[in-house]
Design a protein around this ligand. Structure first.
Ligand SMILES: [Zn+2]
Length: 458
């Protein structure tokens, strides 16, 4: 498709706006569009070069890492490959909260820094920084991954976003003008959905006829439920990008069949921008590998392809506030073999699972059972395997396979995690078992939620 106006925006208005902003995103985008097809060895060398520069910068200008490298006996000159990073400790959210000032590179003046923060529903927000160039490369990477889903600069896009901060960015007059003329966006704050706002959104949507939808997976799921119930037909877009929430198989199927178009799922974070996303092969998510290095670990070691591990991110491009081996708090699994699309960027899978693999906090939040059980098996002494069953809103039953090192402190650790994920109200009951049976499919289920579906969706 692509209207004449879209082409005009892409070829003329947008480049002018980029120039006015002094951004390098278009040059960076052109580079990324080439490097996604690079020979794997070439891509590897490119990334290793970026890692070396990052480590060099960190040891020269970032007090936190000067201290940390020294304590670990880590000499950056001995780094031969990515595996050498394993000699460094993990960077936790707590490290960032406690050492924010020492994590800022002294190379940059405060004017060069852009503040950012996570919105997160759990715990206090995380405040961090980027330098201006990293914002350009973040924007370029987002554009590249959007383009896989059929997005073109200047095409009409509907955005359903639940993060107030992102929405308020668009409020100034100049920004609104840009949205109207260049970005051509229909914005919707899905954080405050009601019958009235949903109805308004569907009317706006029919008038606007977006070519691409970018949405929180569950927000778009709600729109589809609403339209199905009210028998409202929305015009189908060319592509749908879902992000920011785990996309369950049911939600994916529901949205894809309603719009008759494939979803391009995305995994991103505020700390690092787009981390990985689906290409047209829809077979795992390609990692934004020129900008990020990902590890998938369990007990400090890389997991095998296909196995689930904790995701550790190194942002190769953020020198102002380096994230080196950052524990982002998500679980995923590395994929092997080359993608049918021909892109050489490595791939990964997120843990999706079924709706019933999510547990429900008393305040209504959904919590990935997989993330919690894997955490327990990896971090709590004596826990060899765990499975969580929820039959009541405020009680979790933990089926535990334990060994002799399991004791009161292990129980305390579990209590702490339960409170962290579900709040004070949630009780837990340990149930010691010899084995955790597999499903008939041969798969092992991390968690099973037996709450009525009605209750789960509230
Ligand atoms: Zn692919």
């Amino acid at each position: 498709m692509g209207s004449l106006y879209q082409k005009f925006v892409e070829a003329v208005l947008y480049p002018l706006d980029v120039k006015r902003r002094g951004s390098h995103e278009l040059e960076l985008l052109a580079k990324l569009e080439r490097s996604q097809w690079f020979d794997p060895d070439l891509l590897h060398d490119l990334r290793l070069g970026s890692l070396r520069k990052l480590l060099d910068h960190a040891v020269r200008y970032v007090p936190f890492y000067q201290k940390r490298f020294a304590e670990a006996g880590f000499d950056i000159n001995t780094v031969k490959d990515f595996d050498d990073l394993k000699r460094l400790p993990i960077l936790t959210k707590r490290d960032i909260q406690e050492h924010r000032k020492e994590l800022i590179s002294t190379f940059y003046s405060p004017d060069d820094l852009v503040e950012n923060r996570t919105g997160g529903s759990t715990g206090s927000p995380l405040v961090f920084y980027h330098h201006k160039e990293r914002l350009d490369s973040r924007q370029a990477a987002t554009l590249r991954h959007n383009r896989w889903a059929g997005y073109k600069v200047g095409c009409k896009t509907a955005i359903l976003w639940g993060h107030q901060h992102d929405i308020s960015l668009y409020r100034s007059f100049k920004a609104r003008l840009r949205i109207l003329l260049i970005d051509r966006q229909l914005l919707c704050d899905s954080g405050s959905f009601s019958e009235e706002t949903l109805s308004q959104f569907t009317r706006d949507f029919r008038r606007f006829r977006p070519e691409v939808i970018v949405a929180y997976a569950n927000s778009l799921g709600m729109v589809v439920d609403y339209c199905t119930a009210k028998k409202i037909e929305l015009p189908g877009p060319r592509g749908i990008i879902t992000s920011a929430e785990v996309l369950t198989e049911e939600t994916r199927a529901k949205i894809e069949s309603y719009f008759d178009v494939k979803i391009f799922d995305r995994y991103g974070s505020r700390e690092t921008s787009v981390i990985a996303s689906e290409c047209e092969a829809h077979d795992g998510l390609h990692i934004n590998a020129e900008n990020l290095y990902l590890e998938f670990i369990e007990h400090g070691k890389d997991v095998e392809p296909g196995a689930v591990g904790e995701i550790i991110v190194t942002d190769l491009g953020n020198w102002a506030f380096p994230f080196i081996r950052y524990q982002i708090g998500d679980m995923g699994s590395p994929a092997e073999s080359v993608c049918r699309c021909g892109r050489t960027l490595p791939r990964m899978q997120m843990i999706a699972g079924r709706t019933t693999d999510f547990l429900c906090a008393p305040d209504g939040r959904k919590v990935s059972g997989a993330a919690l059980t894997i955490y327990l098996a990896a971090k709590v002494p004596g826990v060899r395997q765990a499975q969580i069953i929820q039959r009541e809103r405020t009680i979790l039953i933990f089926n535990l396979v334990v060994d002799r090192s399991f004791d009161q402190s292990s129980l305390d650790l579990i209590r702490e995690k339960v409170t962290h994920f579900f709040g004070e109200q949630m009780q837990f009951v340990p149930n010691y078992v010899d084995t955790i049976p597999k499903e008939p499919s041969g798969k092992y289920r991390f968690s099973i939620c037996e709450l009525p579906l009605m209750e789960m969706t509230h």
